[in-house]
Design a protein around this ligand. Structure first.
Ligand code: SAM
Ligand code: DTB
Ligand code: SF4
Length: 326
């Protein structure tokens, strides 16, 4: 049974339990609820990079920081479909397009995005977008075009939010997530650790996610990639134990959700990543680039899958909708 009335105290107790007990409990729950060894492979593509008006202190794409990212306007559909096919041929089943926008606007760029979504869906991949805030009507249009999932991270807890971002509020995030849900699109929402937040703030973020009326279908757990030029450039890399604690707690709270070991894998040896899979992670971003920062190569990841006996998850397993002949 899924539970969405977790209390902060219950979550705190789980989160602070001895690490081996925590991992054992999470691994047991993972086995009872999911196909063991199955890992969803997603690929990201930044379809519009940099120049974002927001002030998210972790983000290399905010226009106000000097980070040297190569800014470009919205890519053409043909280029996007080429990249999606490349990802599909490499074994990826979900393709996520990111745009450095504060919000989606009703303009010709949005029409182009709808076209891209349609194209990728026709290729038989789960299509995901992460493009900032959106309205109910925009979510409906994306759904009609074939969008499978929308990524919109809480990023951090409600209490720490204004230390990290001032150009929007935590409630704006919840509103967009609500619009995605109403349109019948799969919700992908998680956050970042290593922003200087306390344990209680990590617990607070997990509380918001796990007490949603429906748990998000996927929860990315990112380790901050500290990028030169951002206000958080000096932050220390989080330890594997912090990632494991976060992943294991998320797995216990949300047994059926895909928990994605997201940004930060480049610096993690296979042994550390194995611990995260043991703790319940069952999804990764593959391909040598995340949005703007490097990630392990497909070849390295396939070698890791072979070594750990992991198998890529098939597309559309949770839904009979959107299936197209391929
Ligand atoms: N602009 C949209 C938004 O903010 O929702 C979508 C793109 S934004 C780059 C997507 C997500 O990337 C953010 O919510 C954040 O969790 C993650 N992200 C950005 N910079 C990061 C970094 N340096 N380290 C880890 N995750 C990061
Ligand atoms: C998510 O939670 N992590 C991904 C994806 N969703 C969009 C993005 C990570 C970005 C890391 C920094 C970069 O490459 O620009
Ligand atoms: Fe813009 Fe998203 Fe980066 Fe924030 S995280 S600066 S909204 S691209």
């Amino acid at each position: 049974m899924l539970k969405n009335n977790w209390t902060i105290d219950e979550i705190r107790e789980i989160y602070h339990s001895p690490i081996l007990d925590l991992v054992f409990r999470a691994a047991s729950i993972h086995r009872e609820n999911n196909q063991i060894g199955e890992v969803q492979v997603c690929t990201l593509l930044s379809v519009k990079t940099g120049g974002c008006p927001e002030d998210c202190s972790y983000c290399p794409q905010a226009a106000r920081y000097n980070t040297g990212v190569k800014v470009h306007k919205l890519l053409e559909k043909t280029e996007v479909l080429e990249k999606a096919l490349e990802a599909k041929n490499a074994g990826s089943t979900r393709f996520c397009m990111g745009a450095a926008w504060r919000e989606i606007r009703d303009n010709s760029d949005f029409d182009k995005v709808l076209d891209m979504v349609e194209g990728v869906n026709e290729m038989g991949m789960e299509v995901c977008c992460t493009m900032g805030m959106l309205t109910e009507e925009q979510a409906d249009k994306l759904k009609k075009a074939g969008l499978y999932a929308y990524n919109h991270n809480l990023d951090t807890s409600e209490s720490y939010y204004d230390k990290i971002i001032t150009t929007r509020g935590f409630d704006d995030r919840l509103e967009t997530i609500g619009n995605v849900r109403k349109a019948g699109i799969s919700v992908c929402s998680g956050g970042i650790i290593g922003l200087g937040e306390s344990h209680d703030e990590r617990i607070g973020m997990l509380y918001t996610l796990s007490t949603m009326v429906e748990h998000p279908e996927s929860v990315p757990v990112n380790a901050l990639v500290a990028v030169e030029g951002t206000p958080l450039e000096e932050m220390k890399r989080v330890s594997v134990w912090e990632m494991v604690r976060m992943i294991a707690t998320a797995r216990i709270l949300m047994p059926k959700t895909m928990i994605r070991l997201s940004a930060g894998r480049l610096d993690m040896p296979v042994s550390e990543q194995a611990f995260c899979f043991m703790a319940g992670a069952n999804s990764i971003f593959a391909g040598d680039k995340l949005l703007t920062t490097p990630n392990p190569t497909f070849t390295d990841d396939m070698a890791m899958f072979e070594l750990l006996g992991l198998n890529p998850r098939k597309a559309f397993k949770d839904s009979e909708q959107n299936i197209v002949a391929v």
